[in-house]
Design a protein around this ligand. Sequence first.
Ligand code: FDA
Length: 308
Amino acid sequence: MILDRPLRAAILAAADSALVRRVVSRYGFRLGAKRFVAGESADDFLSVARAVNAQGFAVACGILGEGVASAQEATAAADQYCALLRTFAQDGIDANVAFKLTHVGLDIDRNLALENAARIAQTALDTNNTMRLDMEQSRYVDSTLETYRELRSRYACVGAVLQSYLFRSMDDLRLLLPLAPNLRIVKGAYLEPPAIAFANKADVDANYLRMVETALEGDGYTAVATHDRRIVERVIALVEKRGIPKRGRFEFQMLYGISTPFAQDLVRAGYRVRLAVPFGTYWFPYLMRRLAERPANLAFFLKGAFTK
Ligand code: FDA
């Protein structure tokens, strides 16, 4: 979310080009994606999850995938999440799951997505764990929040995500607060039109802080998901001022491969920190979003092409 809009738009537009997609899909994992992605298989993920647990981090597991076009693929993704939740319980891995509703069928039929998400929620409940619905592009916000409300009325273990770049998000937050929600607050990873989203980073950041402050006033649980050191420091000052304990009411979350030393400092200081660790073969859009967030990543990625 740091890039100026034109550069960000150019990277995300290039991501739609068939040639870029072909070249990056062929070589990108070796060149760049493995910095951000645990690997292509569940076994790759489980070994990374164990390693980051050993460093004191909790994990949010994400299977890479979105916008699936068949009910079979959607159901298979939900099956895989259920199997992983059972593995976490059996093997004592400190990980929950977070997924996109379009990965479990939202583009096909909202009821299919709801059914699949409910099956994952039931497994999370049965294994004494939690799950979260990621937030996608703005066209999915209403259906995602509607699905979240339906699931939340049946399962206390379900969380959602709000994006501070959208004008609407503070209102969404206030409407959800009576549910004592488990909410992850993020800045937002997609390119949204200026009619509905803050165009300036300073406004996104200010809204982020206001949203975290408001969420912490409620009875729910807040996941402060950002690598922004200034914001993390402001949140720490806020919880200290309000006497909110380091664990139990909120946690910090970061993405695997980004800001790890900073995350380690937070663990050492006694905070709960969860790393979102994705895996799977469909890593192209995820990698493109990480590249669009930071020009230095693009340089890192291209450098890889010439040094391997
Ligand atoms: P910002 O972009 O201001 O970056 C602050 C600092 O972090 C930078 O100066 C840099 O040091 C570092 N940094 C940030 N991004 C980096 C990158 N890609 N590579 C290297 N360094 C980087 N979005 C969404 O729309 N829906 C969702 O469901 C989620 N889910 C989610 C889960 C978790 C755990 C996290 C941490 C983030 C998300 N996001 C997300 C992504 C989020 O919206 C946002 O795009 C990124 O977190 C980057 O924004 P920051 O808050 O880090 O701030």
